[in-house]
Write a protein that binds this ligand. Structure first.
Ligand code: ZN
Length: 335
């Protein structure tokens, strides 16, 4: 009996084990199914969400591309405007070049026209007339104002070859301010100093040029040698002095008519007028330079001046002018 019970117990135990194993398997099976369902749902969700996400991303990129495209179109429009502007300028330049080319169709004429424009200088109004220059040496003096008054009353310009005379600053200034030419006649007019040697000549020249500049502000470029360039009061080679003046850009003037007011005696007014007019009539020259003196004791020169002016003005084709670069220099010494 005991064996039967044992057998029965064993059978019961075995049945119980078998049932437990079946339940375990079923639970595992359900778990697998759940997992499988989760996986399927996950896959399904992924399949549904992915296109949406991709669409959103794509839309963002499309928007960005659209913005870039708009910017590019704006830049392109700007470039187009710039290209049109460059083309317009190029066309303008081209038309100007054609115009210039047309104007310069005759290169010689063009060069001549340009040269004329660049070098045009006022024409000499007395080019075809006999020029008479009234020149006054040795001043200024107490006679200068009277001489300037006479010249002003006839509206005539003359030339004053001055020495250094401190105290007459007003007269130097009047000469320049009233439009006359101021020339130099050495500072000292002392022959031994002016013509001692070239250094002495240069020093004296610098002194009178500086003096005139300081008093009047004018730069004198004309010179008259004391005694003239043909004087015989010195042993210097006058050519050295002339070369020195040339190097300084200074032009010297002698004379070809003299009123004779420095002959050691006082000439009367009529003597001055008759002698001077006789010399002028006898002279066959385009330029007449008359030597006079603006010095104390030369009162008859001042008195003769208006008469001389009127007689000269009465001559045909004659103009009384100051010394300028338009006047051909009169020289005693021919270089
Ligand atoms: Zn003199």
């Amino acid at each position: 009996m005991e064996d039967v019970r044992e057998e029965s117990t064993k059978e019961n135990t075995t049945e119980k084990n078998t049932a437990a194993k079946g339940a375990e398997k079923k639970a595992e099976h359900r778990k697998r199914i759940r997992n499988l369902k989760k996986m399927i749902i996950g896959v399904l969700l992924s399949l549904l969400l992915l296109p949406t996400i991709l669409s959103v991303v794509a839309l963002g990129q499309i928007h960005q591309l659209n913005t870039q495209l708009n910017q590019s179109l704006l830049i392109l429009a700007d470039l187009s405007v710039q290209v049109q502007e460059v083309r317009r300028i190029a066309e303008e330049n081209n038309s100007q070049a054609v115009e210039m080319e047309t104007n310069a169709s005759n290169p010689v004429e063009q060069i001549q026209q340009n040269t004329l424009e660049q070098t045009e200088v006022p024409a000499d109004p007395y080019e075809n007339m006999v020029k008479v220059c009234l020149t006054f040496d040795d001043g200024p003096s107490r006679n200068t104002d009277a001489i300037l008054d006479v010249l002003a009353s006839y509206d005539i310009k003359a030339t004053f070859f001055v020495n250094g005379h401190p105290g007459f600053e007003e007269q130097y200034q009047r000469i320049v301010n009233e439009g006359h030419t101021i020339g130099m006649h050495s500072y000292s007019h002392v022959y031994s100093d002016v013509y001692g040697d070239l250094d002495g000549f240069a020093q004296d020249l610098d002194q009178i040029q500086s003096f005139v500049r300081d008093v009047t502000g004018a730069e004198s470029v004309y010179y008259r040698f004391p005694g003239g360039s043909s004087n015989t009061v010195h042993t210097m080679d006058m050519q050295d002095c002339i070369s020195y003046l040339d190097a300084k850009g200074i032009t010297y003037f002698d004379w070809n008519v003299s009123v004779g007011d420095a002959l050691g005696y006082t000439r009367s007014v009529s003597e001055i007028v008759e002698s001077t007019m006789a010399q002028i009539r006898a002279l066959d020259a385009d330029t007449i330079v008359i030597l006079m003196h603006d010095a104390p004791g030369k009162e008859t020169t001042v008195e003769a001046l208006p008469i001389l002016i009127e007689k000269i003005q009465a001559l045909d084709n004659v103009a009384i002018v100051p010394i300028t670069e338009d006047v051909t220099p009169v020289h005693h010494v021919i270089r």
